[in-house]
Design a protein around this ligand. Structure first.
Ligand SMILES: [Zn+2]
Length: 227
């Protein structure tokens, strides 16, 4: 096999392109890590608490999106989330048959910005999370999503998680898992919230998905709900 004179040059050029691309990739990767790190630090200045464990390493764009167990978090962080989960539980009591409640909180200040409860007797799509999102928009407009955390008594169903994805809410905390809700006899679309997030990774990268916060309480509430 013979080579035309230009092939050697092209081969050499190819190698240098390859090297340049590698160097660029290293730079981009470093930049992504630095951006992720600085975003995390900024977002975690909550009341002076050290919440360094709150955001998992999965915020790096190359890693899979994962759910953190609330129980794996530092105690101070658990207490922080439990405070707002208790509020969601209180809201959920407005619907004793389907006690799905949600609150949307300003991640930086802890201010509760909106609440929602399942009202599917009026509209089958008005789950707690959707109700809270609609209430938030009514009060605050379609803005500020990256600086809020949504708390829900139940893991968001596929519909609600898709709505969360479309808003861009970057932190979601829930109590009972979809499986626990099914075990309590409430029909659920059997798609984990993290799978919806993962399939939207082209444009959605949550900073935190945390499950199981006060689940011991909400599992009982779902099991003993008014039927
Ligand atoms: Zn839902």
């Amino acid at each position: 096999m013979s080579c035309a004179p230009g092939d050697a040059n092209r081969a050499a050029l190819g190698v240098s392109w390859h090297e340049a691309a590698s160097r660029l990739n290293v730079k981009i990767h470093r930049r992504k890590i630095m951006l992720s790190y600085s975003r995390r630090n900024f977002a975690l200045m909550l009341g002076g608490m050290s919440l360094s464990h709150w955001v998992p390493a999965s915020t790096l764009e190359s890693s899979p999106i994962s759910v953190q167990s609330g129980r794996s978090l530092p105690i101070a962080v658990q207490r922080f989330h439990e405070r707002f989960m208790r509020r969601a539980i209180k809201v959920s009591a407005k619907n004793p048959a389907y006690p799905f409640g949600a609150v949307i909180v300003n991640t930086s200040t802890g201010e509760v910005l909106a609440e929602g409860v399942n009202t599917d007797s009026k509209n089958p799509t008005w789950h707690g999370e959707i109700d809270a999102i609609n209430a938030y928009i009514d009060k605050h407009g379609n803005t500020g999503w990256s600086n809020v955390t949504l708390y829900s008594t139940g893991e968001p169903c596929a519909m609600c998680m898709a709505a969360i994805v479309w808003t861009g809410i970057s932190r979601v905390v829930w109590a009972s898992s979809i499986q626990a809700i099914r075990n309590a006899g409430i029909g659920q679309i059997d798609i984990p919230a993290v799978e919806v997030a993962e399939r939207a990774r082209e444009f959605y990268r949550p900073k935190a998905l945390i499950g199981g916060v006060l689940a011991d309480q909400t599992d009982l509430i779902f099991r003993n709900r008014k039927k």
